[in-house]
Design a protein around this ligand. Sequence first.
Ligand SMILES: N[C@@H](CCC(=O)N[C@@H](CS)C(=O)NCC(=O)O)C(=O)O
Length: 202
Amino acid sequence: MKLYYAPNSRAVRVAWVLEELGLSYAVEKFALGAREMREGPYLSKHPMGRVPTLEDGEITLFESGAIIQYILAKYGNERFVPNTQSVDFASYLQWFHYAEGMIMPPMNTLVVETILLPPERRTELNVKRSSKLLRQMLTAVNTHLADKDFLVGSEITAADFMTGHAVIMSNRFGIDMSAMQHLKGYAERLSSRQAFKKAEAL
Ligand SMILES: N[C@@H](CCC(=O)N[C@@H](CS)C(=O)NCC(=O)O)C(=O)O
């Protein structure tokens, strides 16, 4: 397998699951937003020139959630996914998709308005709105984590690889978690895992 990766990106989620499973894989590393991502041959792998993309034999796949589901279905030996007949399965699906569905949209706006746009094109109202929305999305996760270490059941699942990563990135992009103690502990718990550290250090 080959993972197209950039540091501090959603590609870390995919590297994280590969590391947790102890699978071997090759890495092609980009600097986030580099021209070689947006122009040239990489566009035939990802039409928007983004990361992550995974190649596995004949298969080329983009979208971090789809890639993680693919890896776990094919190579996971039932790890990190609750059994479809268990009571946890529906909750697993919900929290797996919460990352891209609820956390990343306001985070994308926040990153565009505070980092990517030149200062003269930034809009303070957009910063305020996206920060408020992002905090609302994270508060729901904080409340959910009041009596548990991981999002679903008592063990880490791929829902944590997705939504946990989005939580960690929110913190790094400036969301103060001092009033969200469960979330703070959760982010620390996840980011202290060896597999996560390796995935971030590629
Ligand atoms: N929904 C996609 C989002 C992919 C995405 O936007 N990746 C970002 C990094 S986190 C990217 O490659 N950005 C580079 C760019 O916009 O040029 C996924 O989950 O894979």
